[in-house]
Design a binder for this molecule. Structure first.
Ligand code: MN
Length: 241
């Protein structure tokens, strides 16, 4: 299944592509097989809130310690706590996060599971998409790829800000690899590029909780400052592989 992308670059949830479907199906089969074996009783490992990769004041003044503290300590942690409650004593308990996301994506009766699992993934990816003293020029290998797809790094910066501004309501702006091409896409709520077979390189959280304490309704100021001063190009290059 090809990812479905609207003319304004919004990814639309269409379920899984064939490779991911097979992967998810295989995962389910493994669970069933393991469930049939006589393993000693063992508590399944819960999904863990990963540590922030920097201090909560490290991104100030673009993102204040107060915003980061609430965003990580309340929102991100809340998704982890809720997901662990939702998967307790189900076949998803003990499964890796990505496997849980792909297993429930596109299933209307699993929306709460998907939303919480995907938001955990998105936030962990977002923290790593930022770094103190970020922004500036990407490493040469990434810059060359950006220039092929966007013409210039400035053009990519503009597209990322534009995607952040035009995502109506809550969601995410992403730099992704679509095969050899780099693209900017946006997703609503908890949706993420993984389910469309795209490789995420960087993300910007445009939920109001990401910026409202610092910028109130000025999403453009948040997006511009983040793109100019915090983007972690090294992380994007690492994801590009
Ligand atoms: Mn958030």
């Amino acid at each position: 299944m090809q990812p479905s992308v609207l003319p304004d670059n919004t990814l639309v949830a269409t379920g899984l592509n064939r490779r991911q479907f097979l992967g998810a199906a295989l995962g389910s089969a493994c669970v069933l097989t393991l469930g049939g074996l006589a393993h000693p009783a063992q508590a399944a490992a819960p999904i863990v809130l990963p540590p922030l990769p920097y201090a909560d004041d490290a991104l100030a003044p673009v993102i204040s310690a107060q915003t980061l503290g609430f965003h990580y300590g309340k929102h991100h942690k809340g998704y982890v706590d809720t997901l662990n409650r939702l998967i307790a004593n189900t076949e998803l308990e003990g499964q890796p996060l990505e496997k849980i996301i792909l297993a429930v994506a596109g299933k209307a009766d699993k929306a709460a599971l998907f939303n919480n699992a995907a938001q955990i993934w998105n936030h962990s990816f977002y923290w790593n998409s930022l770094r103190p003293k970020g922004g500036g020029e990407p490493p040469a290998a990434l810059k060359q790829r950006i220039e092929v797809s966007f013409g210039s790094v400035d053009a990519l910066r503009k597209e990322l800000v534009n995607a952040s501004l035009t995502q109506f309501g809550s969601g995410w702006a992403w730099l992704v690899a679509d095969g050899d091409k780099l693209r900017v896409v946006k997703t609503a709520n908890a949706e993420l590029p993984l389910t469309a077979g795209l490789k995420p390189l960087l993300t910007i959280d445009v939920w109001e909780h990401a910026y409202y304490l610092d910028y109130q309704n000025r999403r453009a100021d948040y997006a511009n400052a983040l793109v100019d001063k915090l983007l972690n190009w090294e992380f994007a290059l690492q994801n590009l592989g």
